[in-house]
Every structure is written in C-alpha cells, then in structure tokens.
Design a binder for this molecule. Structure first.
Ligand code: MRU
Length: 333
C-alpha cells in the first residue's frame, strides 16, 4: 500500500487523513469526539462507502468512552448523530448496526468502551480482508494487458483497506495486466483528479486525468479496454448506486461494447432494497458546484441540481466483483 494512512486508531483517538486538502496538503485530523467524526463524514474529510462505515464504528466506540456502564440513552444519541451524516452508502448503516448488535448483546458488567472498540477494530480488519478478496477476484476480468477508465476514488482513501475498484486495478497492474489508467476528474468534488491521481502516483501506475465529459471520446478512439468503478449501495437485483456520472459511463460502455464492472464488498449490498428506485440519493450543497475552494465560479443566486450519486441499472453491469466471487448477471443477491 502507499505510504499514507487513511485512518488509524491510536492512543484512544481516531486519526483521519483530511481528504478535502489532498493532494496538495497531507494533513491529519486527530479526535476522540464522535461529533467531530460525524462532521468529518459530512464534510467528506473521510469519504468512500467502506471508509465512512469504519470511521462511524470507531465514532460509536469513542462516543461511549466516558459512559457509565451500559448507557442506552447515550448510545442512542451517538448512533443517531452518526446515522444522519450521509444517506446513500449502505456501509455506514451496516457498520452502525453491527455496533448496535455488539452493544445490545454486551453484558451490563462489561467495560462497554472496550467491547465497542474491539468491535470497531474487527469491522476495520474485516474491511481490509474484503478489499484483499476483491483485488484477488478481480484479476479474472483482465483478458489482456489493458487500459482502464475509472471514476471517483475507490482506493485506500475510500476504505479501511487497499480499496475496491482501485485495488483491483492496482493488483492487476502489479500482475502486468494494466498498462494505463484514465481517471475521470469526477465533478464536483474532484475525487478523481485529487484522490485517485494521488493514489495512482503513489502506486507508480501510469495515468492521465480526464474531464468527465471526455470518456465518450476516449472510447470512440478505442482507447479504453474496460471500465471499473466502486459502488455505494447495490440493490438485491444488482442496480448499483455510485458517484454521479457512473451511469453515464455504463451507458457509454454499452454503446461502445466495452465491459463495465463494479467492485464492492458484500457490506455494500442492501438485501432489503429490491431495486435501484429504493436507494436514497444524497443531494449536496449548491456551493460545491458554484464555488471551488471557496472561490465563486458562477453567480451564487443561480439554481443548482447536485445529486452526489446516480444508479446504474443491473443490465448495464458486466460483472460485480465482491470479496466472495465475480458475480455475473442476472444478479440475485
Ligand atoms: O461522495 P464520496 O466521495 O463518498 O463517494 C464515493 C464513491 O462514490 C465511491 O465510488 C464509492 O464509495 C465506492 S469506493 C469504495
């Protein structure tokens, strides 16, 4: 892995690499306050579906650090604060519910902070293992040394481990199966040009950043062999929510006859969600579109429509790589 740590627990504090400042500044946030962790998730200082789940799990444990015994009321407050941070990535709710089960099944005599901290560390380790599984299972989609296009950031910065789609690409590169990567810049928050580029550089993978609207032209020139992205929530039928613009790529792939894959851990599958129409899509503050780093780039009074995610229908997805296996259509999770 690259020489940076997205998230580390040490001395009873969660240390997060502030992703809003990357790649120009590598600065860490160190906190033992669950409210500060909730704010970090809201501001995208920590982001990416699995990473926000792991951060929230540590947040639950820290929120109970000073509680007197099994304080149900305090647990409810901490749980609720973290739950309202972001609505789309199901990994957040999955991790929070894992923590809730640990809390509920603990005995009144136990040190609740210790129990919850251990559970959070288990969730973190589980995510590391799931990333390793995806990287391994993803190798089979490469039929030759390939040029890959990806969207948003799905690497070490987006998970507790090595990543989802990015880790598949990195492992394939290390096995001489990836020649070059095109990274969509990923408007409006530029996870591609800031974060994926940072990780590609650290991994020594040859790459270029392209604006999101360049993808069709790249495909038309036969420059892309396959597209791989992550997901924030996968419905039981395979419909997959991911960063806004992912659906565009899947449609383009269909037109150009290019395979379109998703890599995501099983904690991203929402078995209670029948299809994509049930996935709640987050809308972000208009300033993320009208300003860049606090500098206006258009008139503030203009209306903005800024969904953070879109849903790619299952029929456009060639395969879904999880830590278990490569799933092929028809999906039935
Ligand atoms: O808004 P973000 O940056 O949290 O969105 C992240 C993505 O859309 C990723 O592609 C997704 O979480 C899967 S990567 C592990």
């Amino acid at each position: 892995m690259g020489s940076f740590k997205t998230m580390e627990f040490a001395d009873n504090k969660l240390i997060l690499l502030d992703q809003t400042k990357l790649p120009l500044v590598e600065e860490y946030i160190s906190t033992d306050d669950h409210g500060r962790i909730a704010i970090a998730i809201e501001r995208l200082e920590v982001r990416g579906a699995p990473a926000i789940g792991v951060a929230a799990a540590y947040g639950i444990a820290l929120g109970m650090k000073n509680s007197n015994g099994k304080d149900v009321e305090q647990f409810g407050k901490v749980y609720q604060r973290l739950k309202i941070t972001r609505p789309t990535a199901v990994n957040l709710f999955w991790a929070l519910d894992e923590m809730k089960n640990a809390f509920e099944s603990s005995a009144a005599s136990e040190n609740i902070y210790k129990v919850l901290l251990q559970k959070a560390k288990d969730i973190h380790q589980d995510d590391i293992d799931k990333c390793d599984g995806m990287a391994k299972n993803g190798l089979q989609i490469f039929k030759k040394r390939s040029v890959v296009l990806t969207h948003c950031n799905t690497g070490q910065l987006a998970t507790g481990g090595g990543g989802t789609a990015f880790y598949v690409i990195k492992n394939a590169f290390e096995n001489n199966l990836v020649e070059f990567v095109y990274a969509d810049e990923t408007r409006p928050l530029l996870q591609g040009s800031r974060l994926t580029a940072f990780e590609l550089e650290k991994a020594g993978i040859p790459f270029a950043i392209n604006t999101d609207s360049t993808a069709a032209f790249l495909m038309k020139q036969n420059k892309i062999d396959l597209v791989i992205t992550g997901a924030d929530r996968i419905a039981a039928n395979g419909d997959s929510a991911n960063k806004i613009g992912t659906y565009n790529l899947a449609v383009l792939c269909k037109h150009h006859n290019i395979p379109f894959y998703i890599a995501a851990p099983t904690s991203t599958i929402d078995y209670n969600c029948k299809d994509g129409s049930e996935i709640k899509i987050e809308e972000r503050d208009k300033k993320e579109v009208t300003e860049i780093n606090g500098t206006p780039i258009t008139k503030n009074e203009y209306n903005v429509y800024s969904p953070a995610f879109d849903v790619t229908p299952a029929e456009l997805i060639t395969g879904i790589i999880t830590e278990e296996k490569l799933h092929s259509p028809p999906y039935n999770f």
